[in-house]
Design a binder for this molecule. Sequence first.
Ligand SMILES: Cc1cc2nc3c(=O)[nH]c(=O)nc-3n(C[C@H](O)[C@H](O)[C@H](O)COP(=O)(O)OP(=O)(O)OC[C@H]3O[C@@H](n4cnc5c(N)ncnc54)[C@H](O)[C@@H]3O)c2cc1C
Length: 384
Amino acid sequence: MKYYDVIILGAGAAGLSAAAAISPEKKVAIIDMGNTPARKIAISGGGRCNFTNDAVSYERYFGNNPKFVRGIIANIASKDILDWAKSKCIKWSEKTPGQYFCETSAKSIITPLIQDAKNADFFLNETVIKTEKTDGLFIIHTNKNTYSSKSMIVATGGISFPATGVSDVGYKIAKQFGHKIIPVRPALCAIATKTIPSELSGISINVEIKNGKSIIQDSLLFTHFGLGGPAIYRTTVRDLNDDIHINLLPNINVYDWLRNEKQTSGKKSIFSLLATKLPNRLAKWLAPFENKNLADYKDTELKTLSEKINNFIIHKNEFSLYNLQSAEVVRGGVSTDEISPKTMESKLCPGLFFAGEVVDIAGDLGGFNLHWAFASGRTAGMYA
Ligand SMILES: Cc1cc2nc3c(=O)[nH]c(=O)nc-3n(C[C@H](O)[C@H](O)[C@H](O)COP(=O)(O)OP(=O)(O)OC[C@H]3O[C@@H](n4cnc5c(N)ncnc54)[C@H](O)[C@@H]3O)c2cc1C
């Protein structure tokens, strides 16, 4: 059996950050079932990895208790990550102000992350099967070896996007040590719905989406199975207990606009008017009677049409989340109730730490998830 002071399960953003933060006198191992570390970082941000965001604050995190992140992100801000990136000569660009992407490729961040973790022995292509704690030591069984350690950091990530190699072992380990698991579901993902016809596929427009208390303004993409794009991704990471209300022309009161046009330009068709503000295919779907003049519409009909544009509703039972295979993250995971928000250590089992997406914390689109993985990983490493 191989002995270590700290063993980290998972060599993703959280596990590598944890390894880098552990004091160099300690003997550290990091075990991952993949053949290379950080495979999710490699595909993040379309291969350019959106690694942090100046807008990091607990309001951009979701879970049963988003305020849990406050202490961790207060200690590790976007500036700290940028300072680190600068020290490693990583070049970045801002897609929108304060949203940081690697300038060329995610590789430019992965290489220094692995270098920083060089104090650790890496065991790749090894799958953690189960763990136990006996006589104050964690015993970790993989498909190849058995290890023991004083502290164990579970950084095995979420279970979305299985093409990168994922497992639910982190949830199983947490449960075994008495932790609650919040049911997991896809988040930062598209939705499937029959309310939208597939012939609109490929159209992208800026919209406003309301769901419960959340209001998102961002771009929406019509797909062959429903809706995607940033506006929908960001909606799905939030609590989803209500119907989805989409304003397809958020800056225009369509009813007032059409009634005014009816008075001044009654001979125009609704289609031709809508097509001045919306893509043709979408305008045609909203106003299929291309040749009917505006003057031929009753105000009540205009009201119904306007509602469809300013408040298009997809009812709760008319959509489903599409799907774990393509979701960027999961909602749910190891409950924050039994984890210290200061150290990321289990309140139930001394020496057991959690970091990254395995915890019931999911961030908004825009670099918030990697920020959380780096910050929680670093914290767990510092205290492990
Ligand atoms: C397509 C896509 C794009 C994304 N883009 C962004 C973005 O631009 N910005 C952003 O902030 N976030 C983005 N994310 C989310 C972000 O990548 C993740 O939240 C983050 O990488 C999670 O880090 P982690 O270390 O917690 O988990 P992971 O990176 O998933 O690492 C967990 C590691 O544990 C290992 N593991 C799991 N089970 C076992 C086992 N049984 N034995 C051994 N090893 C195991 C896995 O192999 C993996 O290497 C994206 C995600 C996806 C899927």
